[in-house]
Design a binder for this molecule. Structure first.
Ligand code: FDA
Length: 311
């Protein structure tokens, strides 16, 4: 209940242009600014610098140039070209080659064919340099079309891409089976968006139970799944499943978000598990940041401390 209210509250704030303007001005201004805990910076250079210590600590990363729901074909083209530059800069920097992106950033809400063309441009460039490209999952109006676009690319032999499924949606069990059939790599998450009752579980216990059901399905029958959560109960259940079914630790990875549960990230790495950190960056960080606050209002504490420490 509390979680639903806070999700609703922060999702509504995420739509405020005034707040966005104010936050964007101060949130990443310097190393101590309040959004730094969760956002690596505005530029790809800053994201690469954030990725280096992650790799030095034995983890891997995926860089995500933040942005969603662009309003024109021109903006989608700008985002696509920005990703092509990100690919070049990652290659030049010599860090791990893995990126995450959103289809509405590439123009999905404006014109599906343009979005597919843009995705193809990115996958072609990524393929040349041996990158893996994760297509993030957005809110439920985009679930089917995201899976359709993914499968279209898969059928055209783009195998350097993977998808995300959300356990808050009852449909995801069936989608996971389909992805296992294809041999596609899936990241399982609980789901970050506020969803209508008609399509999503409202009860956290159901979301958690579905997460474990899908995680087990992916670990036992899928291809190198990513178990993306900070929830110790989910992580313990995944570990127990791997131990019980003798699934080696190099057949799956845990994923966590930059700045969240850094203790757990280090602990799993020390215990020999693969851990990948999702490193978000870019000027369009406000909606992502508000989703993180909505998940854990206690994070407001970091923000307030950050703002006060700037005075
Ligand atoms: P849950 O929210 O149930 O929290 C369990 C515990 O984790 C908390 O008690 C707390 O200890 C810790 N925790 C969780 N969130 C925290 C926070 N913000 N700050 C501090 N502690 C926190 N979603 C989506 O819809 N589409 C996507 O493509 C992705 N992609 C993605 C990639 C990766 C690598 C991760 C880790 C997550 C996503 N998500 C996502 C987000 C995901 O759906 C979900 O909203 C968050 O991971 C929070 O859910 P948890 O599973 O962590 O548990």
């Amino acid at each position: 209940m509390i979680q639903t209210v806070s999700k609703t509250f922060f999702h509504s704030l995420a739509g405020s242009n005034q707040l966005k303007g104010l936050a964007s001005k101060y949130g990443l201004r310097n190393e101590r600014s309040f959004a730094r805990r969760f956002i690596a910076g505005e530029t790809v250079e800053e994201a690469i610098e954030a990725a280096r210590p992650i790799e030095a600590a034995g983890m891997s990363q995926t860089l995500d140039l933040l942005g969603e729901s662009v309003a024109s074909i021109a903006e989608a083209d700008v985002a696509t070209r920005a990703y092509l530059t990100v690919i070049d800069k990652i290659v030049a920097a010599g860090i791990g080659r893995n990126i995450s992106l959103k289809l509405t950033q590439l123009g999905l809400t404006i014109d599906r064919a343009t979005c597919v063309d843009n995705l193809r441009r990115i996958l072609d460039a990524a393929g040349k340099h041996d990158f893996f490209v994760r297509i993030d999952m957005e809110n439920s109006p985009f679930t089917q079309v995201t899976l359709d676009v993914f499968e279209t690319m898969w059928q055209q032999d783009y195998r350097n891409a993977g998808i995300v499924l959300q356990s808050c949606l009852p449909r995801s069990v069936k989608d996971a089976k389909r992805m296992n059939e294809l041999g596609a790599r899936v990241r399982i998450v609980k789901g970050a968006y506020k969803e209508p009752r008609a399509v999503a579980y409202k009860d956290k216990a159901q979301v958690d139970a579905a997460f474990m059901e899908i995680a087990k399905l992916l670990m036992s029958e899928g291809t190198y799944p990513a178990i993306a959560t900070h929830d110790p109960a989910m992580i313990a259940a995944a570990r127990a499943h791997a131990a019980q079914h003798k699934i080696p630790s190099d057949r799956f990875e845990f994923q966590m978000l930059y700045g969240i549960r850094r203790d757990l990230q280090a602990q799993l790495t020390a215990e020999g598990f693969r851990v990948r950190i999702y490193v978000p960056f870019g000027s369009e960080w406000f909606p992502y940041f508000m989703r993180r606050l909505g998940e854990r209002p206690a994070n407001i504490g970091f923000v307030i401390r950050g703002i006060l420490s700037e005075r």
